[in-house]
Design a protein around this ligand. Structure first.
Ligand code: NAI
Ligand code: BGC
Length: 258
């Protein structure tokens, strides 16, 4: 029997029908939360996920929205409240990268990366916090950041910039929201086996190079990030706020041992 320590809670996960977001939505539901699965495209994947969650005895619903359109993002929060009555856990997970350097990033790429990764987390935080304050009793805001909130990834400059912004969003807004009983935590994954890293999965030379750079010797499975999110959402994490937790297999401390 799985311990349902999120029973009675309502959660939103953005960008949640693939990769890390999907694993988080499934884990929160397994732990008893009612989950709103935000997705931008592929409703059929969302339907499949929701059927599986319900078949396992959980509760979830889909909410289509492009989170860079703030009216659509607000509508996701409104749907959570109209369907499930409240909002306790907001997971800002949607993200993308262009893998371009400062020299070859176009203004369009820059805006896309910053809008999805940072602007949606900023306003996802604002909209969720306003609802949490209105209903009372606090809440949890979790941002899926990256090791690259702090650690350069050359040739992925705008992405690093966006995650650096999420780092300061959590530190600053976390302080602002603390008096309301709302905690705010970044989870910073290292390399995780999801569609964002498809270029490694299909290329043994690249994958071997990546694995060699990770002290634990392998990419994470999405579930290994989802379990951290479930902990951060739980009562056991009540004193963690305005900071980051890294789940990176040691990659940020990797050293050739000179
Ligand atoms: P993914 O590509 O499977 O997931 C990203 C999700 O965001 C997709 O479902 C996509 O549709 C959604 N999304 C993108 N733009 C959106 C928009 N405008 N509106 C709504 N949804 C949108 O990749 P993954 O790895 O699961 O990424 C999830 C988060 O984890 C991202 O924020 C990423 O930066 C972060 N991350 C991933 C790591 C990895 O190695 N896979 C490592 C560190 C952080
Ligand atoms: C990036 C991936 C990268 C991983 C580890 C993530 O934030 O999206 O492209 O493999 O960090 O460096």
């Amino acid at each position: 029997m799985v311990e349902q320590f999120l029973s009675g809670k309502v959660a939103i996960v953005t960008g949640a029908n693939t990769g890390i977001g999907k694993a988080i939505a499934e884990e929160l539901a397994k732990r008893g939360a009612k989950v709103v699965v935000n997705y931008r495209s592929h409703p059929e994947r969302t339907d499949e996920m929701i059927s599986a969650i319900k078949a396992a005895g959980g509760e979830a619903m889909g909410a289509q929205a492009d989170v860079t359109h703030l009216d659509q993002l607000q509508a996701v929060v409104d749907q959570a409240v109209s369907s499930y009555g409240r909002l306790d856990i907001m997971v800002n997970n949607a993200g993308l990268e262009t893998r371009t350097s400062v020299l070859d990033t176009s203004p369009e790429d820059y805006d896309r990366v910053l809008d999805v990764n940072l602007k949606s987390a900023f306003f996802g935080t604002q909209f969720a916090a306003k609802q949490m304050i209105k209903q009372g009793g606090g809440g949890r805001i979790i941002n899926i950041s990256s090791v690259h909130e702090d650690w350069p990834m050359p040739n992925n400059t705008a992405y690093c910039l966006s995650k650096g912004g999420v780092r300061m969003l959590t530190r600053t807004a976390g302080v602002e929201l603390a008096p309301h009983g709302i905690t705010m935590v970044n989870i910073g994954p290292g390399a995780v086996d999801t569609p964002i890293n498809a270029s490694y999965a299909g290329n043994k030379t690249l994958l071997d190079k990546l694995d060699a750079a990770i002290p634990l010797g392998r990419m994470a499975e999405p579930q290994e990030i989802a379990s951290v999110a479930a902990f951060v959402a739980s009562d056991g994490a009540s004193y963690i706020t305005a900071t980051s937790i890294f789940a990176d297999g040691g990659i940020m401390q990797s050293s050739p041992g000179l």
